[in-house]
Design a binder for this molecule. Structure first.
Ligand code: HEC
Length: 95
């Protein structure tokens, strides 16, 4: 691969990373109406900010796959697995 191609792919990769982080941030905003501003709940529902990305993603996939009609299961079903990954990655970066 020549130098120009390498630079092109590096730029593409950097762009993909940034837009994925932004997408996670946008998608996670939907969660705050129940889980509190920036994922910090002051009520009975759990906070979701700052948990590990793996735990969040695992919980979300589990809730997505269950055939129940509880609030969170219905939430999780609205997103693709890739979107849930982006949401989990973003939330895990919050303090
Ligand atoms: C309409 C309200 C509502 C919205 C919106 C919502 N949630 Fe929830 N969530 C809940 C409730 C209620 C629970 C606890 C009951 C349950 O587990 O089903 C919960 C539980 C969870 C849990 C499990 C927490 C634990 O410690 O067991 C995670 C993770 C979670 N939500 C993440 C999210 C994410 C990410 C989003 C955005 C995509 C989101 N929630 C949007 C209401 C909501």
């Amino acid at each position: 691969m020549n130098k120009r191609k390498i630079i092109f792919f590096a730029a593409l990769l950097a762009y993909a990373n940034v837009s994925q982080a932004e997408n996670g941030q946008l998608l996670a905003a939907q969660c705050y109406q129940c889980h509190g501003p920036n994922g910090h709940s002051k009520g009975e529902i759990d906070s979701i900010a700052g948990k590990s990305s793996e735990d969040l993603y695992g919980d979300l996939i589990e809730m997505k796959q269950k055939q129940t009609v509880e609030i969170m299961h219905l939430q999780a079903k609205n997103y693709s697995d890739a979107e849930l990954r982006e949401i989990a990655n973003y939330l895990s970066t919050l303090k």
